[in-house]
Design a protein around this ligand. Structure first.
Ligand SMILES: [Fe+2]
Ligand SMILES: [Fe+2]
Length: 220
């Protein structure tokens, strides 16, 4: 499915730019990074990750999963993902003025670092959950109800400029990883698991799927 392939490719760029962003914030903390680039990172996450990427996930993919595959939008994985988008958007808004600020006090530096860690951890884990659960399971369910492709839209000028700037920032600030964050696949790695979502099987599986599952188990 082209839209899901495109969203997954975009994850590749977003997760790299997150690593670059963390390198940049370390540079702002030690005074070696260019303050003008703070606004460019904020624009990448606002325009490209938010307005372009998250928008199509919600308005095209989720909409099709609710309308065509009859999956619940008000609980389970779809609610968890939408809640993540909203919360990460709020966290980005909180961080943006600090990123755009030309100089920082010691308190600003501590706060910027903490906000960058919070935002990057959430977005990395969000990407892992979508790649490992939402996209493959969602595509399966759409195929199951006869949907082979979903509509897509081109980037706006601002979104395309933010994407280009993100790619340039990657070169300027080589991405770093964060050893403090455990990443991995599956529902158990999702921030919502056990909080607002009981996992794919509990939230999405139909009685028929459970029956098939137990039948397969009995045959082993
Ligand atoms: Fe998402
Ligand atoms: Fe995504």
């Amino acid at each position: 499915m082209k839209l899901i392939d495109a969203l997954q490719d975009e994850h590749g760029l977003i997760e790299q730019v997150l690593g670059s962003f963390r390198a940049y914030v370390d540079g702002r903390v030690d005074g070696s990074a260019d303050s003008d680039d703070g606004g460019r990172f904020a624009a990448f996450f606002t325009e490209f990750a938010g307005h372009f990427h998250h928008d199509r996930e919600e308005r095209v993919l989720f909409d099709a999963l609710v309308r065509n595959a009859a999956l619940p939008g008000d609980r389970g994985p779809l609610r968890a993902v939408a809640h993540d988008h909203t919360q990460m958007g709020e966290w980005l808004c909180e961080m943006t003025p600090l990123l755009e600020q030309r100089s920082h006090s010691e308190d600003d530096r501590v706060r910027l670092k903490a906000l960058a860690i919070r935002y990057s951890h959430a977005l990395w884990r969000h990407i892992d959950m979508e790649n490992s659960v939402l996209f493959p399971e969602g595509a399966d369910r759409l195929r199951g109800c006869g949907i082979r492709e979903l509509p897509d839209r081109p980037m706006s000028e601002a979104e395309a400029a933010a994407r280009e700037a993100g790619a340039a920032l990657l070169v300027r600030y080589p991405p770093v990883e964060d050893a403090a964050l455990t990443r991995g696949d599956g529902c158990f790695m999702c921030r919502a698991h056990g909080e607002t979502c009981d996992g794919l099987e509990a939230e999405w599986w139909t009685e028929l799927e459970w029956e098939e599952f137990f039948k397969g188990d009995a045959g082993d």
